[in-house]
Design a protein around this ligand. Structure first.
Ligand SMILES: Cc1cc2nc3c(=O)[nH]c(=O)nc-3n(C[C@H](O)[C@H](O)[C@H](O)COP(=O)(O)O)c2cc1C
Length: 444
């Protein structure tokens, strides 16, 4: 069996699947229940000077039959007394000594940081996570993302923490920044042992159009919140990859954002994470999702021959290049499986109006469209909109041998000089003439 145990920047855990700091880690009761079901670690709901929260707090974006494709919250840090949280941390560590318990922290002054680090460590935590990511409420008070957006301030605060911390320090980054690697580098320079990302994306999920107030509504008013769940996974994956590729960061990364199943976890790990954290999926489906994550992840490891999570970490990073290093000669075209096609013609509409007019409709009465190969640029759109699995596949048509990248081309001096230059574009597909009726209608 592959070994799921990890040592993340000095924090040991039975597996890389941790709960992110959020409502599921609000209490010892919840965390013990989660550990019992299989989670390997938990980052406690952010500790600091307890806040007063509002009601309501959450909003969501639903997509057709999918509930909560994106989730939004305006909740602050813990509203429970520090002493209760510390007592429960001690208790969790007593019953689950081998699981990772990490305290998420957020305070203001150097003195407060020193005190809360000592308090958390005295309670027995295995590590600390500094919350420099919360993009609502706390940032108005100069904390959370207000720190994460200022690399110099972030670096200073990390160095305050490192003055007293005895356990590993993870810095949790905000995605609400132009280049997340600036904050990652600052964390490293301040002495961080690891980084975690992403916290939530500043957002408004919708507006009550009858009462003119965005969601979630608090007595007729609202405020921007933080967006998370499956909708943010692509943003998080890209940022994890950016940090993994940045040599000036060079410390372990804990990946967070939209993880719901073993496949999501694998993706984060392949792009450079060595542990993952989950919040929204647990708020949606409960702690029990771990019962599918672990066996699915183990089967994948076995199938690919990985013995440890370390062996998997970053495996896909080498295949993420800048655009100029992609093979311009690689060519694929769409192929429609006539047996599987249900004749909905969504592919035709998408290609006709939104892409390259490379799908035609037969005049013989069949509803199955056909591909006009010479117009097809291999963009994937038809296969993405097709509702039938494996009905449209993309088939390689170049010879598979000669690769040329934009970089090689420009370095060889083959830079197109005008839009008419053949080098400016390899494909010259026929764009149909507007119909006579259309032209007539629009003649003024
Ligand atoms: C309701 C709610 C409360 C949260 N509270 C915290 C918090 O106290 N500290 C923190 O670092 N992140 C907090 N987060 C952010 C999550 O830890 C996580 O970074 C984010 O939700 C992305 O992961 P997900 O897509 O799995 O939810 C919160 C998220 C939600 C939805």
């Amino acid at each position: 069996m592959p070994d799921l145990k990890i040592n993340f920047a000095g924090i040991k855990a039975p597996n890389p699947f941790w709960l992110a700091s959020a409502p599921p880690t609000n209490s010892g009761y919840q965390i013990m229940k989660a550990f019992d079901q299989g989670w390997g670690g938990a980052v406690w709901k952010t500790l600091g000077i307890p806040v007063v929260n509002v009601s309501s707090r959450y909003g969501a974006v639903n997509y057709r039959d999918s509930r909560m494709i994106g989730f939004n919250n305006i909740e602050l840090i813990t509203d429970r007394p520090l002493k209760d949280n510390l007592r429960e941390i001690e208790e969790v560590k007593k019953y689950f000594p081998d699981h990772a318990v990490i305290a998420s922290l957020m305070v203001e002054s150097r003195k407060e940081w020193h005190q809360i680090v000592k308090d958390a460590e005295n309670a027995g935590v295995d590590g600390l996570e500094l919350n420099f990511g919360c993009p609502h409420g706390m940032c108005e008070r100069g904390m959370g993302s207000a720190v994460g957006q200022e690399p110099e301030v972030l670096k200073l605060i990390v160095s305050w923490v490192k003055e007293v911390a005895k356990t590993p320090v993870i810095v949790k980054l905000t995605p609400n920044i132009t280049d997340i690697t600036d904050a990652g580098i600052a964390a490293r320079q301040g002495g961080a042992d690891a980084i975690s990302l992403i916290n939530t994306v500043q957002s408004i999920v919708g507006v009550d159009i009858d009462n003119f107030v965005p969601y979630p509504v608090v007595d007729g008013k609202s405020t921007n919140g933080g967006y998370c769940g499956p909708a943010v996974k692509p943003i998080a994956l890209n940022m994890v990859k950016n940090c993994a590729q940045e040599s000036e960061i060079g410390i372990p990364v804990s990946g967070i954002g939209g993880i719901e199943n073993w496949r999501d976890a694998v993706e984060f790990i392949l792009l450079g994470a060595s542990s993952v954290q989950v919040c929204t999926a647990v708020m949606h489906y409960g702690f029990g999702i771990i019962r599918e994550i672990i066996p699915g992840f183990e089967s994948y490891m076995k199938e690919k021959g990985f013995d440890s999570v370390d062996e998997m970490t970053g495996k896909a990073v080498q295949n993420v290049k800048t655009w100029e290093n992609l093979n311009l000669n690689y060519q694929i075209v769409a192929e429609i499986n006539k047996e599987k096609c249900i004749g909905c013609q969504l592919c035709y509409i998408a290609c006709e109006d939104g892409a390259h007019q490379a799908i035609g409709l037969s005049e013989n009465g069949t509803r199955v469209p056909f591909i006009i190969e010479e117009n097809c640029v291999g963009c994937n759109l038809c296969s993405l909109v097709c509702p039938v699995e494996n009905c449209i596949s993309m088939v390689r048509t170049d010879d598979g041998k000669k690769s040329v990248t934009w970089k090689e081309r420009t370095e060889a001096g083959n830079i197109p000089v005008s839009f008419n230059d053949p080098l400016a574009g390899g494909l010259h597909h026929t764009i149909p003439e507007p119909t006579a009726a259309l032209k007539k209608k629009n003649t003024f």
